[in-house]
Design a protein around this ligand. Structure first.
Ligand SMILES: C[S@@+](CC[C@H](N)C(=O)[O-])C[C@H]1O[C@@H](n2cnc3c(N)ncnc32)[C@H](O)[C@@H]1O
Length: 263
């Protein structure tokens, strides 16, 4: 790839990125769920890099809830890609799958781009997960069951289908209400030596709006994701921290978000 290819996305991707930017910066407020502006900015930067560098693959979210993050990810899908959502779809006896479906349809997302699996992700074996994924994933958001075992299991599923150049975003690591998530996350990292942390995205505002997230990639891909975050969100990088013998970006949006330029 030459530098001019790297600098601008292919023409068929630009309208997708424009739509993704509008959703994550503005329209996501209309959808119930948990996603801070700071985390939305990081997702946008990741999607920008994947478009510019031709990183292809399906997308998945474990724990869709009503679709706040899911819809933004769906808007980034290219023609040949789809989005898998795994959830129990039940909250206090109420089935919320119809809400999720109505929400994504309201943003013009067609059913044929979406695969939903109802049931605990922890009941899925790796072959079952891979059958649902129907191909490698360039982006997996892990935001389901917050127990130690489940987080470990879900990360193992995510890693089993990760496309070359893909990322895993993990919700609520270091969240004080969910210490088990942090334990499951560190269990996983100590087993998966090839995956490593790119950035810690700190919580923004009250914890109820969404906790910290960790962004992971294969070690070979750390450099390019670091670079896009530094280029696009420099004001939000408040320091670098040592983690597992390498430097990770620590990101905070308490003073506002420097939104990545997708258009
Ligand atoms: C914090 S919410 C997810 C928020 C969502 N990602 C967003 O952007 O708003 C957690 C979700 O995980 C789901 N969940 C809990 N345990 C699960 C399991 N074992 N398997 C799959 N989903 C699960 C819940 O039903 C809920 O919808």
């Amino acid at each position: 790839m030459n530098m001019s290819e790297a600098a601008s996305p292919p023409s068929d991707v630009q309208p997708l990125l424009t739509r993704v930017a509008t959703y994550f910066t503005e329209e996501k407020k209309q959808v119930r769920g948990f996603l801070t502006d700071g985390a939305a900015g990081v997702i946008m930067a990741v999607l920008k890099l994947q478009s510019e560098q031709g990183i292809r693959g399906n997308i998945a979210e474990i724990g869709t809830y009503h679709g706040k993050t899911f819809i933004g990810l769906a808007l980034a899908l290219r023609a040949e890609e789809h989005l898998l959502g795994v959830d129990l779809f039940e909250e206090r006896g109420t089935d919320f799958e119809p809400n999720l479906r109505a929400n994504y349809r309201a943003f013009g997302i067609s059913d044929h781009k979406i695969r939903l699996h109802r049931g605990p992700s922890t009941g899925l074996s790796i072959p079952q997960w891979q059958a649902l994924m129907q191909g490698p994933a360039r982006f997996v958001h892990v935001d389901g069951d917050h127990t130690r075992k489940a987080v470990y299991h879900d990360l193992t599923l995510a890693a089993s289908s990760l496309a070359p150049g893909g990322v895993i975003l993990v919700d609520d690591v270091l969240h004080p209400w969910f210490p088990d998530v942090t334990l499951g996350f560190t269990d996983f990292l100590s087993h998966e030596q090839d995956l490593s942390v790119i950035a810690l995205i700190d919580r923004q505002g009250p914890l109820i709006n969404g906790g910290p997230k960790m962004l992971l990639s294969r070690r070979a891909d750390l450099g390019r994701y670091r670079q896009i975050l530094i280029e696009q969100m420099r004001p939000n990088i408040v320091r670098e921290a040592m983690s597992d013998r390498h430097r990770i970006l620590v990101m905070s949006s308490d003073q506002g978000v420097s939104w990545p330029k997708l258009v």
